[in-house]
Ligand binder design. Structure first.
Ligand code: PBG
Length: 323
């Protein structure tokens, strides 16, 4: 049958298929999240995230060696301190858990880009992302404290500051305080668009940061909104963010696409804990094939993400390096 347009002509031959692929997933696109805990020689598997661990500082060099071997060049650090307080002061301690982790990685694996999550929730007894005043997470007091946390982490040698608290004005404040302290070259990757999401459930096991009362809806975004995401992105760009993070990712590809279409700034997708655990539980039961991981991560790149924070990083890089 004569038929001028046959799209399948480009699908019969694998080389032709490969030739015209327009989205690529590479190990160096991936940022691996690490939960750092106190103690020696600790590697605690996180129950709700099979294959993911809390690790002690002394175990970081061997983990980072493995990442480098796999060509994964970036990590994001989350602290799991033994001691917490009311306003997250432990996060500003130059000898705090993340500060020690940064120093250890920079000493042994200097080529790894060390991104640090800046937020209160893992460091406060109440588990909220900020400083509580009169029963409310006080925006401006939190911003001041985040600035102190950021500067302490910068002094420890962090390569990138990533505020994930969702307070207003924090990028502006962190930029100012970094600049005043001669850290004008240090980039800020801002969690600009962070939704209040049930997909964070397993992370709260991993980071031990479940809010002891209430929820995070007065600072994280309502998942029914998208124009508000554009305002969040625009605000952070104006305040000096160098890259934006969208979180969660899988159910928010429309947001990644919209931001990427409107602004010429790098966008990072955060493939969060619940997305990881959902995929893994079905894979581990043999209900779906492991290939879904590649499909999920590739969809984030196709939507416009330049990089992806993902717990799948190691298994994906292992596969990519083998094939
Ligand atoms: C808060 C923070 C959260 C995550 C990263 N940073 C969660 C929260 O708001 O409770 C979630 C990441 C994930 O689910 O993988 N600092």
């Amino acid at each position: 049958m004569s038929q001028k347009v046959r799209l399948r002509r480009l699908r019969y031959n694998k080389t032709v298929r490969d030739l015209f692929e327009d989205t690529h997933l590479r190990p160096q696109d991936l940022i691996y999240p690490i939960f750092v805990c106190e103690g020696k020689n600790i590697k605690n598997e996180i129950k709700s995230m099979p294959g993911q661990y809390q690790v002690s500082v002394d175990r970081l060099p061997s983990l980072c060696n493995r990442l480098i071997e796999l060509n994964i060049k970036s990590v994001i650090l989350f602290g799991v301190p033994d001691i917490k307080d009311d306003d997250g002061k432990v996060a500003q301690d130059d000898n705090g858990i993340v500060q020690r982790a940064v120093k250890e990685i920079k000493k042994t694996n200097n080529e790894i880009l060390v991104i640090v999550d800046v937020c209160h929730c893992q460091y406060t007894l109440h588990g909220h992302c900020g400083t509580i005043d009169k029963g409310d997470v006080d925006n401006d007091k939190t911003v001041t404290n985040l600035g102190l946390q950021a500067i302490s982490l910068a002094r420890a040698g962090a390569d990138v500051i990533a505020p994930s608290d969702m307070m207003d004005g924090r990028v502006n404040h962190i930029r100012n305080i970094l600049d005043k302290n001669s850290f004008e070259k240090l980039p800020i990757f801002s969690y600009s668009v962070k939704y209040a999401s049930a997909f964070y459930g397993p992370f709260r096991d991993a980071a031990e940061n479940t809010p002891q009362h209430g929820d995070r809806k007065s600072y994280q975004m309502n998942y029914k909104n998208s124009l508000e995401a554009m305002r969040e992105a625009e605000t952070d760009i104006n305040e000096g963010a160098d890259a934006l993070i969208v979180k969660p990712a899988m159910s928010y590809l429309d947001i990644i696409y919209r931001i990427k279409s409107k602004y010429s700034i790098p966008v990072i997708a955060y493939n969060v804990s619940g997305e990881y655990s959902m995929a893994h539980s079905a894979i581990d039961k043999n209900w779906i094939d492991k290939q879904v991981i590649f499909e999920i991560l590739t969809s984030m790149k196709r939507a416009g993400a330049n990089a992806i924070i993902t717990y799948h990083a190691i298994e994906v890089a292992e596969y990519l390096n083998e094939n």
